[in-house]
Design a protein around this ligand. Structure first.
Ligand code: ATP
Length: 359
């Protein structure tokens, strides 16, 4: 436990990023004050606006500075009309993952009370873990093809990253099991077709053998995707490579109420970034319509991470209080337009803060 508190680097970013970050910081201030936890925020620029002004999505100085913080809280970055010469969007959040080796993205998909279920089985409580430093994104900085009639990307799987990823997955399943979870890790791969995926599966089997208390299963990603929609309650922890995880985590977000409720924690051995799974939503930016809950829940994941790393039970208590306040808000029917409601960003913020104060 750190009596002197924690340094949090905050990168609000573009679009709705600053709006949802403001709410998350207000909620963090409220919940930590009640538990005597000190959080010190250092705000930094980064994203499409920074790229327009300076030619870089994130400066070298900011990249270094955020590595000194105990945790990084990020809104969203990138705008569709701000692109690099090769046609791709600027993605400083991916540069941060690579610089700080944040290999595992934890994306809890849980259907809260009061959120209209979109699938027949409403018992949705799945943790999707997506590898985020290699897989099918490995060649994203490769030069464009010299042959104008073709282009390709490559899938890269390394033993080192895969072992660490699977250890995180089994560790998370163990934690969830202690809290009443199933104790199940499911690998989504394409080992029947791709050599890289057969290799990935082999490493999964080795790590699974070290965790006999957790059940390990393997599914091809196509079959797994269908089961996630038709029978979500059969899953507990799903682990997969970068591109499959990009898609599967959004399927998970969809069955748990949509992007406005989907948090994420991008973790490595020493660093972590907490951000909503959604992007900058330029269509609704600046209109007070953004659902701030995904970012508030990401802030709760940040408190969980601080609790684990610094053996600080107060932070775990704070994370639990934030989730309970979100549950109270949603079950009271206070919902933004993405959930079919009429509440504004501010209305949701007030309701969450109110629920925290009456805790
Ligand atoms: P990225 O590629 O950066 O992930 P994206 O193209 O998937 O971004 P988002 O910015 O995530 O797009 O938005 C997708 C849709 O979801 C948009 O219509 C947007 O308005 C909606 N949306 C995303 N986040 C929220 C939110 N927090 N509240 C309400 N609507 C949202």
């Amino acid at each position: 436990m750190r009596e002197d508190g924690y340094d949090i680097a905050v990168l609000p970013g573009d679009g709705i990023g600053p709006e949802v970050i403001d709410v998350a910081v207000e909620v963090l201030d409220a919940v930590t004050a009640g538990l005597a936890i000190k959080l010190r925020y250092q705000y930094h620029d980064g994203g499409a606006a920074t790229f327009r002004e300076t030619g870089a999505g994130i400066s070298a100085a900011t990249m270094d500075a955020i590595g000194q913080a105990d945790a990084i809280l990020l809104g969203a970055m990138g705008l569709p009309d701000v692109r690099k010469p090769d046609g791709t969007e600027i993605v400083p959040q991916i540069d941060i993952r690579e610089r700080y080796q944040l290999f595992a993205s934890l994306r809890p998909c849980r259907l809260f009370d009061g959120v209209p279920p979109v699938v027949r089985d409403p018992d949705v409580d799945v943790l999707v873990i997506r590898e985020i430093t290699e897989g099918l994104f490995a060649g994203r900085n490769d030069p464009v093809s010299e042959d104008p009639t073709r282009e390709h990307d490559r899938m890269m799987i390394t033993r080192d990253t895969s072992e660490k990823l699977f250890e995180v997955a089994f560790g998370q399943a163990e934690q969830r099991r202690r809290a009443g979870g199933k104790g199940l890790v499911t690998l989504f791969d394409k080992a029947n077709v791709l050599k890289s995926m057969a290799y990935f599966r082999g490493i999964f089997d080795e790590v699974a053998a070290r965790h006999p208390e957790i059940t390990a299963e393997r599914l091809y990603v196509d079959a797994g995707a269908m089961l996630l929609v038709t029978d979500p309650s059969r899953f507990d922890v799903i682990v997969t490579e970068n591109m499959f995880g990009d898609i599967i985590s959004e399927v998970g977000a969809g069955i748990a109420g949509g992007l406005g409720l989907a948090p994420s924690a991008d973790i490595g051995v020493d660093h972590a970034v907490f951000q909503p799974s959604h992007g900058t939503a330029p269509d609704i930016a600046g209109r007070g319509l953004a659902n701030p809950i995904a970012t508030v829940l990401s802030a709760a994941l940040m408190l969980d991470w601080l609790s684990e790393r610094h053996d600080d039970a107060r932070c775990a208590e704070a994370a639990g209080r934030v989730r309970a306040a979100v549950n109270a808000t949603l079950s009271a029917g206070i919902r933004t337009a993405d959930l079919g409601g009429t509440a504004s960003t501010k209305d949701v913020a007030h309701a969450v803060l109110n629920a925290l104060s009456t805790d």
